[in-house]
Ligand binder design. Structure first.
Ligand code: F6R
Length: 250
């Protein structure tokens, strides 16, 4: 596991975007695992900027999003479908039929999870992007007594609802349930990049990297993966032991 610490979130985002672009250029049929949230916004901005300048070709790239709220229509501005379209997909030449996001308005959500698992088995993720929740969640795999391996329906923790309420009018409007890839789905990716920026992530980052693997910090499972890069800024890295960190001056 390599841990990079940046002074500037802008430089960090540029480097992560470069990594994604180089994967797409090397393997134009690659499968990308994508995340939503504030952390990803500057990275998607860089991808859009690059597309405008270099026309990086996404025509044959497949994407799988980690998660989606249950009960939100894809046209709802708070859905992750909407977020992805607005911040990335509408700006690049991705083929609509290559975009996969769990559908939170399907009548049978369990069946939707099962279908998603099957798709993920058929198209293993090459590069998975992850953010991290302040409680250590990845995707919407919330702290719990066990790791859940496959795509499942999850009840969101109050802390997650609170963190995510900014985009909603009131916290009562944040859906209480979501669909998320499971831990084994995530761990199957060939290469994982986790990005954490800002003060609010410092405790989760400490647990992820320096405490024993535990389902109470789902992200800690990444310690077992063979090919993980962690991108932090100085704020989120504050509590870490300084050895083993790769410092970026920018
Ligand atoms: C979103 C997702 C979540 C977020 C995490 C951090 O698709 O999978 O795990 O990555 O909640 O969110 P931000 O970046 O908004 O702090």
């Amino acid at each position: 596991m390599k841990v990079y610490v940046y002074k500037s979130v802008e430089e960090l985002s540029k480097d992560v975007a470069k990594l994604i672009i180089s994967n797409v250029n090397k393997n134009p049929k690659c499968v990308l695992g994508l995340a939503t949230g504030n952390t990803m916004l500057p990275i998607y901005k860089e991808l859009v900027k690059d597309y405008k300048t270099n026309q990086t070709n996404y025509e044959n790239v497949k994407t799988f999003n980690l998660d989606e709220y249950a009960g939100l229509h894809y046209l709802n501005k708070n859905s992750y479908h909407y977020y992805m379209k607005k911040n990335l997909f509408q700006h690049i030449n991705i083929n609509k039929s290559n975009i996969y996001i769990p559908n939170g308005i399907k009548k049978d959500l369990q069946k939707e999870c099962d279908n998603y698992n099957e798709l993920l088995q058929n198209y293993p993720v090459d590069l998975q992007l992850l953010g991290i929740g302040t409680n250590g969640h990845i995707g919407f795999n919330e702290p719990s007594t066990t790791f859940t391996p496959f795509t499942h329906i999850v009840t969101l923790k109050d802390s997650t609802i609170l963190s995510n309420q900014k985009l909603f009018n009131k916290s009562s409007e944040v859906p209480k349930k979501a669909l998320t890839m499971g831990i084994q789905n995530i761990m199957t990716a060939k290469h994982i990049i986790l990005i954490a920026t800002g003060d609010s992530k410092q405790y989760a980052v400490k647990k992820l990297l320096e405490e024993p693997i535990s389902p109470f910090c789902p992200a800690s499972i990444l310690q077992k993966h063979q090919n993980v890069d962690i991108f932090l800024n100085t704020d989120s890295a504050k509590l870490l032991n300084k050895t083993n960190l790769i410092k970026k001056t920018a």
